[in-house]
Design a protein around this ligand. Structure first.
Ligand SMILES: Nc1ncnc2c1ncn2[C@@H]1O[C@H](COP(=O)(O)OP(=O)(O)OP(=O)(O)O)[C@@H](O)[C@H]1O
Ligand SMILES: O=c1ccn([C@@H]2O[C@H](COP(=O)(O)O)[C@@H](O)[C@H]2O)c(=O)[nH]1
Length: 235
């Protein structure tokens, strides 16, 4: 099964703890015999810090985005280092490079591609382009809520959403370098158009991410009977 996994920078790189990269690599390595993996890493705190400085000194949003992209690529390089020989040695800079890299049968890890989007959109576009079987967005929140749960304690968490409903929830997200959202609007629109089976979940425990991918592959139900995160239903 070909899986595209977006790992939020907030999950893997917020405090730049090397253990987080090794923790993720160890968990995901269990998938390698049966899965092809393309991983897209986000920028996390470092990206937001750099973007804030750039904005403060007068950079426009495109320049801020380019700076964010560089940080996401640095995080990709750290994860590549953790995977060692199992990973393609460089983060691809384009979608086409990613497809070529995948032919190596190694784990492909990359960051951002072009301004005006986030790494969520990169992962959704890659999933469509590569005809992936499953897209997982591992982020810092346990699913999609009716509103930002950090701003509104009454926000409702969705276990399932149609792709159209996902678009409606995230469409008002600001298109601004460093913006916070479980998925950006472009990613949601791409998931809708290509009907990509997708789960958006808390990525704090990479073991849960790995378990979910194995269950998806075997078409089995979780032992607990409860699916993690929010499942996007595409019909
Ligand atoms: N409708 C919503 N449902 C869930 N979370 C939301 C919603 N709207 C905004 N958020 C916020 O989005 C945040 C997740 O986005 P964030 O950009 O931090 O994640 P990431 O992609 O994992 O990391 P990074 O952007 O650093 O790579 C949550 O902490 C939450 O506060
Ligand atoms: O394709 C891309 C990917 C990222 N960016 C910019 O980088 C930051 C950090 O990425 P996250 O996915 O949010 O962690 C993002 O906010 C954008 O400013 C980009 O422009 N293009």
């Amino acid at each position: 099964m070909l899986v595209v996994l977006s790992i939020g920078g907030s999950i893997i790189a917020n405090d730049l703890d090397p253990e987080r990269f090794v923790f993720y690599k160890n968990a995901l390595s269990k998938l390698l015999p049966d899965h092809q993996l393309v991983i897209v890493t986000g920028g996390g705190k470092a990206a937001r810090d750099y973007i804030n400085v750039a904005r403060s000194v007068g950079s426009n949003e495109v320049v801020c985005d380019f700076i964010g992209i560089e940080i996401t690529r640095l995080n990709a390089q750290l994860l590549i280092s953790a995977f060692g020989e199992d990973a393609y040695p460089e983060p691809p800079r384009t979608y086409k490079e990613a497809k070529l890299a995948l032919a190596s049968d190694k784990v492909v890890v990359m960051g951002g591609v072009v301004p005006g989007q986030t790494t969520d959109a990169v992962s959704a576009i890659l999933a469509e382009y590569l005809n992936a079987d499953f897209l997982v967005i591992a982020t810092s929140v346990d699913g999609v809520y009716s509103k930002d749960p950090r701003q509104d304690p009454n926000a409702k968490r969705y276990e399932k959403l149609s792709a159209k409903e996902l678009v409606d929830v995230v469409i008002s997200t600001e298109i601004k370098a460093g913006s916070k959202s479980p998925v950006d609007p472009l990613a949601a629109k791409i998931i809708e158009r290509c009907k990509m089976p997708t789960t958006i979940m808390d990525g704090t425990d990479p073991g849960q991410v790995t378990d979910l991918i194995m269950q998806e592959n075997l078409k089995t139900e979780p032992v607990t009977g409860k699916h993690p995160g929010t499942r996007i239903i595409c019909d």
